[in-house]
Ligand binder design. Structure first.
Ligand code: GDP
Length: 295
């Protein structure tokens, strides 16, 4: 039978009840289980090492009281540490300066950028904003078309980029349109490539300099594990991202990528994608993700 991490920790502590202080010997087995489970969940090994050491430091020397279950206590320590690493509170979207505020969506092709742009526009509409969608992937006409279709589905106006060959041109004109139409949040769906390249990063840097976005959200496919972590690092180094959208969390990814990306970028995960449908989008809750990793 499948045994989740909580069960494993509790099992490792089964015979410990009422034996005084927790010693290094006592927790060795539990730490091994935690280490393995996190590695299996695709957490970067350096992050795992640090995490396990912190849990160990916290648990060592703690009194195991008569009647209290040390296994449950340890699960609680791990749960709280996970929440702590994942960022504590549920993060807000920051819209600074005067409207229209800009949110730039960046990431590799296939990560779920276009879908997430539409989902975010839908969510913001529900929250009382009037978003405007802007397709900026001039290299893939299909991507522009895709966002236009998505925009129609979520009933949000979209800039027609089909006649504009240059991203900067699109940025300038779409901002003007958004202002004229009284839209207050402009969501820019930028170009993605299969691999990170300098030309792409330079284009994004130029757009950032012109648009002065309130948010640059890096869109990562949770199913790609360590690859998502590497690209998060590269996008963050080039653009100083403000947050992360973790997509495809409806798959069987255990959420290890969330821990690693958070650690590498030190930026909050703000949203998760939980399906192909345009309402399958949620604010990220660190406590829920911690529970998911614990199982
Ligand atoms: P882009 O190239 O980064 O713009 O990626 P797309 O938005 O085109 O998404 C790539 C594929 O992933 C599409 O088939 C989407 O339907 C799918 N997708 C995006 N987000 C999710 C998600 O949260 N869950 C699932 N299951 N599929 C998703």
């Amino acid at each position: 039978m499948f045994e989740n991490l909580s069960d494993k920790i509790q099992r490792a502590f089964k015979n410990l009840t009422g034996k005084g202080k927790i010693s290094e010997e006592n927790i060795q087995e539990a730490l091994k289980e935690i280490r393995l489970a996190l590695l299996e969940a695709d957490v970067n090994f350096k992050v795992v090492k640090k995490f396990v050491n912190e849990v160990k430091a916290e648990a060592l020397g703690q009194e195991v009281q008569e009647g209290l279950d040390p296994g449950q206590h340890m699960v609680k320590v791990v749960h709280e540490k996970l929440i702590d690493i994942l960022g504590g509170r549920t993060p807000e979207v920051k819209l600074k300066g005067t409207a229209p505020h800009v949110i730039m969506m960046v990431g590799l092709q296939g990560s779920g950028k276009t879908t997430s742009s539409g989902k975010l526009a839908r969510m913001l509409t529900e929250e009382g904003y009037s978003p405007y969608l802007v397709p900026c992937d001039v290299y893939r006409p299909a991507a522009i078309q895709q966002l236009m279709t998505v925009a129609e589905q979520v009933n949000v106006p979209v800039f027609d980029s089909t006649e504009n060959p240059k991203p900067m041109e699109i940025a300038k004109r779409s901002m003007k349109e958004a202002r004229n139409a009284g839209r207050d949040v402009v969501i820019i769906d930028t170009a993605g490539r299969l691999h990170i390249d300098e030309a792409l990063m330079d284009e994004l840097k130029d757009l950032k300099a012109f648009l002065e976005p309130s948010e640059i959200l890096f869109v990562a496919d949770a199913m790609t594990g360590q690859d998502a972590v590497q690209s998060a690092r590269a996008f963050h180094e080039a653009l100083d991202i403000t947050g992360v959208v973790l997509t495809k969390m409806d798959g069987d990814a255990r959420g290890g990528a969330a821990l690693s990306i958070k650690k590498v970028t030190e930026r909050p995960i703000k949203f998760i994608g939980t399906g192909e449908k345009l309402d399958a989008f949620e604010r990220f809750h660190p406590d829920r993700m911690a529970s998911r990793i614990l199982g």
